[in-house]
Write a protein that binds this ligand. Sequence first.
Ligand code: ADP
Ligand code: 5GP
Length: 232
Amino acid sequence: MSGNHKTSGPGPGDRPSNARTTGGGLFIISAPSGAGKTTLGREIMKMVPGLKESVSYTTRKPRAGEADGVDYNFVSQKEFLRMAGNGEFLESARVHGNYYGTSRKDLEAIMARGEDVILDIDTQGAKQLKTKGPFPGAVYIFILPPSLEVLRQRLEARDTEGEEQVALRLQNALGEIGEYEMYDYVIVNDRLDDALERLKAVILADRSSLKRVDRAWVHGNFNFSEKKEVPE
Ligand code: ADP
Ligand code: 5GP
């Protein structure tokens, strides 16, 4: 039996998966509007413990069923521009005619609690984070619809936008899809279950990557000073 094996209960950063992982993982997810980002984000949080979605700020009007502070923080353009001027956004962009941004303070608060964060942001915001963001370990995931036709059908079936917005979102789709090479993973959201399995696999793989190993846990459990030289 190993002399230095300790049984320990869950500690900060521990995951129910038993991986001894540091918190603060960041998953940046982009997709053309209607590809299923919101659906995937909602479902993955039910499947994987320790994940939180950051609630963005936007000047877009709430859709039926959307709640302030839950789906977005809905603000006026004046308030958004004030926040932007104050440097309160880690990234921000104008998308489909509205402003969207990620609050630096909100994101840091989630990460400080040791939770992993999902950011559902557009390709411009992802590019800002990738080029000048303070998160070199972030994982970039792009969600593709199976085709533009399916994208159109999903946007129309969702029935949350007027005809003009649907047309604008479809018109912008190819420009967004064209950015896919900036991402680490590309997941086609054809069958929802399959896309969810893949997203889960990416998140769990990241939690087991070397950059996220809790070194204090390893060194607390394995006393390397007792290491024996291996005879030649
Ligand atoms: P996004 O957040 O990327 O704009 P949504 O998550 O709102 O997209 O999804 C757009 C529409 O497509 C919604 O009505 C949603 O229920 C539906 N949807 C999402 N994923 C799938 C899928 N794999 N198969 C069929 N419909 C889907
Ligand atoms: P929707 O209006 O459909 O909710 O979102 C439109 C687009 O804005 C989506 O591509 C979504 O990812 C993006 N978006 C949502 N929040 C943010 C954000 O905080 N920053 C950026 N850059 N894009 C965002």
